[in-house]
Write a protein that binds this ligand. Sequence first.
Ligand code: PMP
Length: 415
Amino acid sequence: ASWFGHVEPAAKDPILGVTEAFLADPSPDKVNGAYRDDNGRPVVLECVREAERRIAGNANMEYLPMGGSMKMIEESLKLAYGEDSEFLKDKRIAAVQALSGTGACRLFADFQKRFLPDSQIYIPTPTWSKFPSSFLHLSVIANPMFFLSHHNIWRDARVPQRTFTYYHPESRGLDFAGLMNDIQNAQDGSFFLLHACAHNPTGVDPSEEQWRERSFQFKAKKHFPFFDMAYQGFASGDPERDAKAIRIFLEDGHQIGCAQSYAKNMGLYGQRAGCLSILCDDEMQAVAVKSQLQQIARPMYSNPPLHGALIVSTILSDPELKNLWLKEVKGMADRIIGMRKALKENLESLGSSLSWEHITNQIGMFCHSGMTPEQVDRLTNEFHIYMTRNGRISMAGVTSGNVAYLANAIHEVTK
Ligand code: PMP
């Protein structure tokens, strides 16, 4: 008898077939779902390279404090809550360095379970990859990191889940009425997971006015907003603008939670650099909450990794490096916005009679193309473009070199 004979292989991720095809593909151009430059190559930001040069030889390899790098946390909070935030000055924010955005969400979910054991979490439909997402493989394919999901995180933390309406398939936009209804109908004092900007996977964000209405409604219903902010700066090109939703909720006097990630906006995917913060009533409560967050992290991983935190704090605390970062993050966002325009224009000049407005209305890395599973199958079979069947395209992998080919293929299967 074997100890582990009863262990069955975990359910296969539906994306696995695509991943296998990717691995088997001898093309030198193949890349995964992370951001690529216009030649399809991985990008390490110049501000990151420079920070590493400054760190090299200077840093020791000691442990960070249990809650992580204080400097990195402080800079992260300035980014999310605002440089001059009164909450920061009043020390009302409990915050710890987290293992990127995923780790921040999970830590919060565990905290929620431990201290509000009867609460639930409302998750938008769809959300960050409940189903496998689509990636172009001409040159683009999925990175397994993109197939985690909010559902899995809160499930493993044993927090019961509900969903709320978000996407409107016909208009390929926001179902604002449905969303407001669900907020209204949820039990008072519910937890809601909100994508701060660049909603994954739809690329559909509420307008500023809609965020204001949402915040107003949350106030009336005493709901708790937990913001997952995985793309600050990556959506519009301006981190301040991408923090607008959070700032609106803060202005309206909400207590919020926030998960921050530097995977996309600094290209630090594998460094696992992030931050979890919770706005509290006062400093004393913040101290208590932070100590409990550390208590949850301690028996799991003890303390967070050093190198990514050093890169982040070096960049954000140096005005010159921070400016360089702002320029580079805008460059990435603009490239994606440019590819959206090019894809739409290519489709129009091919004479497509369909509306492709949503390609440029949507924001961030992803484009919910609205293609059917059958059309996606044809793209794969006839054009070697691999995307999963919900029609989501990773715009980050579209380049000047492949956008015309992609447009032509989409036109062929949708006409
Ligand atoms: N939240 C959302 C909405 C995401 O799309 C992602 C990654 N794609 C993450 C969180 C987490 O990413 P990471 O753990 O690499 O920061």
